[in-house]
Design a protein around this ligand. Structure first.
Ligand SMILES: Cc1cc2nc3c(=O)[nH]c(=O)nc-3n(C[C@H](O)[C@H](O)[C@H](O)COP(=O)(O)O)c2cc1C
Length: 203
């Protein structure tokens, strides 16, 4: 970790977004599987997801889910979403908060769907919604797809159940656990000035 990450807010902001973008692109990167927390309708919840896209330019983070899942209802009731990432080797935690738009059956969903692998599409062919109670152990998948991926043609039936969730980040927080003294920095998006405003926080 360079000294700039102990003293320079701009360098920290760049490093945070670089790590998020790497997390979206590299399946073995620790930021690839963050926790996403939702609240709303008198409830809150958190779960691990796969970070599918991160864009510093658009200030966006995206994950995919089943449109029938409870978290989609929470997101639609309260768009505020919190993401938590941790890289144990770098000793860096990044927290991101923003508003989430759920895309189901629209052009953005279709574009994301086109980039999914057949193996991933299989989940969206489950016959019952995620979280449906079951009397027996079950994957929820139709018998035909329990042991193989669907063909491209078979997979298309899953598109109606596919949701692309995109968070526009309004606040970003960086925590670096350093033997030389922990560092914590927060960045808020200033929409009027179209720029991030950073400041230090006591860790
Ligand atoms: C490594 C890992 C990656 C996961 N990725 C996703 C994902 O991208 N989307 C998703 O909906 N659930 C994903 N899950 C499952 C969720 O953590 C959660 O169990 C499921 O979505 C049900 O959540 P809900 O009850 O809040 O709807 C993943 C779980 C693990 C362990």
């Amino acid at each position: 970790m360079t000294d700039a990450l102990l003293t320079d807010l701009a360098a920290i902001l760049d490093a945070a977004w670089a790590a998020l973008e790497a997390g979206a692109q590299q399946s073995k990167h620790p930021f690839h599987t963050p926790v996403v927390a939702t609240a709303g309708a008198g409830d809150c919840d958190a779960r691990v997801v796969v970070l599918r896209r991160a864009s510093s330019e658009a200030r966006e983070l995206a994950f995919h889910t089943d449109a029938r899942a409870p978290k989609v209802r929470l997101l639609q009731a309260c768009h505020t979403t919190a993401w938590v990432f941790y890289d144990p080797a770098a000793k860096v935690q990044v927290r991101a908060k923003g508003t989430t738009t759920v895309h189901i059956g629209d052009a953005a969903a279709a574009q994301a769907w086109a980039r999914t692998k057949l193996m991933s599409r299989r989940c969206y062919l489950a016959e019952t919604a995620p979280s449906t109670p079951a009397d027996e152990p079950t994957s929820g998948l139709p018998a035909a797809f329990r042991t193989r991926s669907p063909t491209a043609q078979e997979s298309e039936a899953g598109f109606v159940n596919f949701a692309l969730c995109v968070t526009t980040v309004m606040r970003l927080e960086w925590l670096y656990l350093s033997a030389r003294g922990h560092r914590r920095a927060a960045f808020a998006w200033d929409a009027g000035a179209a720029q991030w405003r950073g400041h230090w926080l006591t860790p």
